[in-house]
Write a protein that binds this ligand. Structure first.
Ligand code: NAP
Length: 330
C-alpha cells in the first residue's frame, strides 16, 4: 500500500545539461526553491507539500571513455537505472560493482550515500562525479578524493547536502574475476553451486538470489530497502553489550575505527522482527526487519512515528540510536 504524502508544486524531467540550466533559470525567475531526485527509491517524502521545483534526473548514457588491458573507465548518466548499469558491466566481463546488483534507484544516487553491499562500495571504483554546483551555478567535476566518502556516507549527504545535482558518474572497473574473500552469504552460494572461480556474473547471480530471498520487490511491496544504517559503536560499548546482552553479538571492525553491528540483529533482538504495529499500520518485513512496509498506514507521519518506535525500543534495550538511511524530503 502506498502512502499519500505531500506534493511538489512543479516537476521537471532533466535529460541533459541544457535542461538543467533552463529549469534552474526558470526556478530562479519564479523565485522558488529546487531539489533533485533520482528514482525515488531511497527517499521518504514528508506530508507537507514542496512549494518549489522538483528535478527528476533522467540523464542517460553509458560510455566507455578509456580502456586498457586491465580496466575500463565508463561514464554513466545519473538517471540510468543502477541495476541495468551493473548488468551491462557484468556482461562485459568487468568487476567492481557486481556485488551491488539489484539495488533499486539510479546511478547518480550511488555516490550520495556511498552505496555498498557484500563487500563492495561505490567509493572503490568511482573516479569522479560531474555535478551542477548550486553554490557557484556551474558544472564541476569532483574527484573521488574530494567526496569525503565514509561508511554509507559522503559530503553529498552531510556537509554539502542538497548543493550538488549529480549529472554523471565515472567508474573504473577491472577486467577479470572478483577476488575472494567473499561475504559469507556469497561464499555459501558459490560453494553450493560448485563454482570454482567465481566470475562477475556468478557474484551478480549470487547477490540477486540472496537479495530476492530476503527482500520484498519494491514493484510489488513498496519499500525503501534497509531503513536504518548499521551502527558503528566503540569497542568499549561492544564489550559492555557482550557482557550484558549476548557474548555472541555479531560485529565487524569498521575501516574508519569502531565496530559495526547489524541493525537487523538489534531490531530482531528488540522483538520487532515481523512486527505489525496496530497504531500506525506499518510493519517490519519477516525475512529482514531492516525493511519496513505499509500495511494500512495513511501518511508519512505514521511511517515516521513507527520509525521512532523502533529507534526508541532499540535505544532502551541496547543504548544505540539507529539512524534512518533514506533521505527525508523536502
Ligand atoms: P548482512 O549481509 O546480513 O550483514 C549484516 C552486517 O554484517 C552488515 O553490517 C555487514 O557489513 C556485516 N558483515 C557481514 N559480513 C561481513 C564481512 N564478511 N565483512 C565485514 N562485514 C560484514 O546485511 P544485510 O542487511 O542483509 O545487507 C546486505 C548487504 O547490503 C550489506 O553489505 C549491507 O551493507 C548492504 N546494504 C547497503 C545499503 C546501502 O548502501 N544503502 C542498504 C541496504 C543494505 P556491511 O554493511 O559493511 O556490508
Amino acid at each position: 500500500m502506498r502512502l499519500s504524502s505531500g506534493q511538489a508544486r512543479y516537476v521537471a524531467e532533466i535529460h541533459n545539461q541544457t535542461d538543467m540550466i533552463e529549469a534552474l533559470q526558470w526556478a530562479k525567475t519564479q523565485q522558488v526553491p529546487s531539489l533533485m531526485i533520482g528514482g525515488g527509491s531511497n527517499i521518504v517524502w514528508r506530508d507537507e507539500d514542496f512549494p518549489g521545483l522538483l528535478l527528476v534526473n533522467k540523464i542517460l548514457g553509458y560510455e566507455v571513455v578509456h580502456e586498457d588491458e586491465t580496466s575500463a573507465t565508463i561514464t554513466i548518466g545519473g538517471g540510468e537505472p543502477w541495476d541495468s548499469v551493473v548488468e551491462r558491466s557484468v556482461q562485459a566481463g568487468l568487476s567492481g560493482i557486481e556485488a551491488l546488483s539489484l539495488i533499486p534507484g539510479t546511478a547518480g544516487a550511488t555516490p550520495i550515500q556511498n552505496v555498498g553491499a557484500y563487500g563492495q562500495e561505490i567509493a572503490q571504483t568511482l573516479v569522479s562525479v560531474e555535478a551542477y554546483d548550486t553554490n557557484s551555478d556551474s558544472f564541476v567535476t569532483i574527484p573521488v578524493g574530494d567526496c569525503s566518502f565514509g561508511y554509507r556516507t559522503s559530503r553529498f549527504k552531510t556537509t554539502d547536502r542538497g548543493r550538488f545535482y549529480i549529472c554523471t558518474i565515472t567508474l573504473r572497473l577491472t577486467k577479470g574475476n572478483p577476488l575472494p574473500p567473499f561475504y559469507p552469504a556469497v561464499a555459501s552460494y558459490v560453494t553450493e553451486h560448485h563454482i570454482e572461480v567465481p566470475t562477475p556474473t556468478d557474484v551478480r547471480e549470487a547477490v540477486i538470489a540472496i537479495r530476492s530471498a530476503k527482500l520484498p520487490d519494491p514493484a510489488d511491496v513498496p519499500n525503501n530497502g534497509s531503513f536504518f544504517a548499521n551502527p558503528i559503536i566503540s569497542e568499549a560499548q561492544l564489550a559492555e553489550l557482550q557482557a550484558s546482552i549476548d557474548p555472541n553479538i555479531p560485529h565487524w571492525p569498521d575501516s574508519g575505527g569502531g565496530e559495526k553491528v547489524p541493525a537487523a540483529w538489534l531490531i530482531e533482538r528488540a522483538g520487532l522482527k515481523d512486527y505489525h504495529d496496530p497504531e500506525t499500520g506499518m510493519a517490519t518485513w519477516a525475512n529482514q526487519p531492516l525493511v519496513i512496509i505499509n500495511e494500512h498506514a495513511r501518511s508519512t507521519a505514521d511511517l515516521l512515528s513507527f520509525k521512532q518506535k523502533i529507534v526508541d525500543t532499540v535505544a532502551t534495550k541496547f543504548g544505540i540510536t539507529l539512524v534512518q538511511e533514506p533521505e527525508l524530503l523536502p
